[in-house]
Design a binder for this molecule. Structure first.
Ligand code: GCV
Length: 656
């Protein structure tokens, strides 16, 4: 990795067995196709060190590269790459398809896979491949761990155009086609982005992304007709409110005619919403949908709606049930330009959660899965945590155990239209704080494009593209693939969730959420831990299709890595390895810590092969991770030892 800033697009001179022609014919006329042509030339310069010559006629030229953006195919964003003895054809079913084809060609070239006879046709499985920014206008980023915002500073737009273009390039290179540019928590910034002063600036930002086939979303404040428009209400069924949104949409689209639409967090953690007016979420979403519809805009409406003022004494309310209870009855009632955005699990991006039961259950409503690339609960980009590992698991979740009913098989069909993910980038020179966290951004794009790709395949691609010394990638892949299980082992055990330090969400805070209003309790006492979510408890398991409901409801068939999410178990519950739950908690915490030690040793073995800056910066993060892992191990083990008075049967040190 010569330059951390370049991420997986390193400026290296590679050797190829196939000689790439230096003449390029391109039929590019439109904006994105012209960018594709430019990206091809930049990429060749970066990888092979020469500038190809563009020609507008190609008769009688034998050795040539042909870029074409209009081959006949009904498949959106499709591309083909065909390599013959003298010629390379990269074609797209449209301008975006060509751009994706060029980027794929360049990565295949860097991966050493371009050879005579290669023929490849690809298209994205998911039409919607979106990045969410939780950037605030003051330049801070909610849950951001890589420096300040790349878009804003001190209450205004403030960005380096080259950097935004580099960012758009990185995103497009892995197929991202939508970006929401401001935090979904908009209450403090109600007016921004939808008043004229800022629209002028947003227009320029949109123009940079547009070249790369990326359209913008704005997060809006549902209460804006009241807070900004000075209407007496924001009631979605009030005709004056509907009119206000229509006029506002017309103003916005005057500046950005291809805005993708609005992203909305309503009735969630203090954000305004239709419940304030005794209206439903269909009322709320549809009023916005109708305002955007004439301009081809869409509303992405988040399902992260739950009671965040729960009394911990209340054992009947179960936050895990909330999204399904709120949204399932509304299935089929949303306008056609509304898309629901559902977090992958019923809680909130915990290290291990079951897949939310709305997936596979919603039949008549367009929806996307929300993932989190930024490492809010997964180590703040201090700890290494390779997220494609868990995403692969999620993709393999079988919603109904029918034909093609896994998440990865439903995507692009059955109204599951793709993904949105909260991004992990900021102004840090390496974009992501932890240099190896670049793999999470890369991996998200690859999974959004093709949910059947494995975590291992992504690690292979990313490490070869990023590390130029051929001896490095293998070891880096191994470290990446070990990092998620290691993190999970020293974190909250067996899917119990929320033992994390409150508010900042880094490090242990075992009872940090036990007596709070957030509805995420584990209720550990001296005999048992966990919430009974079976039909004899909160009934959450019944939200799943029959086979999954039965599997989760029985502690003997429930997967052990998630067992405490579904069951309240005594510490002497015997697990599959014949040891008690308590002993298993001790075991995995010792193992998790040891894994970190061993990953550090592996990283150190790479020292002679790595650029000093990369080696040292990652090592420094590993050292902080070790401190964190030790805290988790010792605090968790001590906590349970104090509760039970039972020691570790292997005699390892547990503090009292
Ligand atoms: C943007 C969690 C996070 C919040 C975030 C929220 C959400 O609660 O801690 O920072 O707010 O999720 O997804 O809306």
């Amino acid at each position: 990795m010569l330059n951390e800033y370049d991420c997986w697009m390193q400026k290296v001179k590679i050797k190829t067995n196939y000689e790439i022609p230096n003449i390029v014919y391109s039929d590019a006329k439109s904006l994105v196709a012209k960018q594709a042509e430019k990206e091809y030339c930049l990429g060749i310069e970066r990888l092979l060190g020469f500038s190809p010559k563009i020609v507008k006629k190609h008769n009688n030229i034998k050795n040539i590269v042909l870029l074409n953006s209009s081959y006949a195919s009904s498949v959106k964003d499709e591309f083909t790459i065909k390599v013959t003895e003298n010629q390379i054809h990269i074609t797209g079913s449209g301008e975006n398809g060509l751009l994706y084809g060029v980027f794929r060609f360049l990565s295949l070239l860097a991966l050493g896979k371009i050879k005579n006879g290669l023929e490849l046709t690809e298209s994205p499985v998911s039409p919607l491949r979106m990045i969410n920014h939780w950037d605030n206008f003051d330049g801070s980023i909610e849950r951001g761990y890589a420096g300040r915002s790349i878009f804003y500073k001190d209450g205004d737009f403030d960005y380096d155009k080259t950097r935004i273009e580099d960012y758009a390039r990185l995103l497009a290179s892995v197929g991202i086609n939508r970006v929401s540019i401001n935090n979904v928590n908009v209450r403090a910034n109600a007016k921004l982005l939808i008043i004229e002063e800022y629209l002028k600036e947003a227009k320029e930002l949109a123009a940079i992304f547009r070249k790369f086939g990326i359209k913008l979303f704005f997060s809006i404040n549902f209460g804006a007709p009241w807070s900004l428009g000075k209407l007496p209400t924001a009631d979605p069924l009030d005709p004056a409110v509907a009119e206000w949104w229509k006029k506002r949409a017309a103003l916005i689209y005057k500046y950005i005619p291809d805005l993708a639409g609005f992203l909305v967090k309503a009735d969630s953690e203090g954000e305004p919403g239709p419940f304030q007016y005794n209206r439903t979420h269909t009322d709320g979403a549809n009023i916005l949908a109708k305002a955007l519809e004439p301009f081809g805009g869409e509303v992405i409406w988040r399902c992260f709606v739950y009671n965040c003022t729960q009394d911990w004494r209340d054992t009947k309310t179960d936050r895990a049930r909330a999204a399904f209870d709120h949204f399932m009855p509304l299935d089929g009632k949303f306008d056609k330009n509304v898309i629901l955005q559902i977090k992958f699990g019923p809680y909130d991006f915990q290290v291990r959660e079951p897949v939310a039961p709305l997936f596979g259950a919603l039949k008549n409503t367009r929806h996307v899965m929300e993932l989190q690339i930024t490492q809010e609960y997964t180590g703040h980009q201090i700890d290494l945590c390779y997220l494609p590992y868990i995403w692969e698991d999620i993709m393999n979740f079988d919603t109904i155990h029918g034909e093609n009913s896994k998440i990865k098989e439903l995507l692009g069909k059955k109204n599951i239209e793709g993904f949105a993910a909260v991004v992990n980038v900021g102004l840090d020179n390496n974009w992501t704080g932890h240099t190896l966290a670049q793999a999470n951004l890369y991996g998200y794009g690859r999974i959004a494009w093709n949910p059947a790709i494995t975590a291992k395949e992504i690690a292979e691609e990313w490490s070869v593209l990023s590390f130029t010394n051929p001896e490095v990638p293998q070891k880096v892949q191994e470290i990446l693939l070990r990092s998620y299980p290691a993190y999970e082992k020293y974190n909250a055990p067996f899917g119990v969730c929320f033992m994390v330090s409150p508010s900042n969400h880094y490090g242990p805070g075992i009872e940090g959420y036990e007596f709070s209003r957030w509805g995420t309790y584990h209720r550990a006492d001296k005999d048992a831990i966990g919430i009974d979510r079976t039909p004899s408890g909160t009934g959450y398991t019944a939200q799943y299709s029959p086979k999954n409901a039965a599997m989760y409801a029985d502690a003997n068939t429930c997967p052990e890595n998630i067992i405490l999410f579904f069951h309240r178990l005594r510490y002497d519950f015997i697990m599959k390895n014949g040891e008690t739950l308590l002993q298993n908690i001790y075991n995995i915490h010792f193992e998790g810590y040891d894994e970190v030690l061993s990953m550090i040793e592996d990283w150190k073995s790479l020292k002679p092969l790595l650029e000093n800056q990369v080696y040292e910066s990652v090592l420094a993060r590993f050292e902080r991770q070790l401190v964190n892992a030790r805290e988790w191990k010792d605090q968790i083990n001590t906590y349970f030892y104090r509760k039970t008075g039972i020691t570790d049967n292997k005699g390892r040190q547990i503090y009292s």
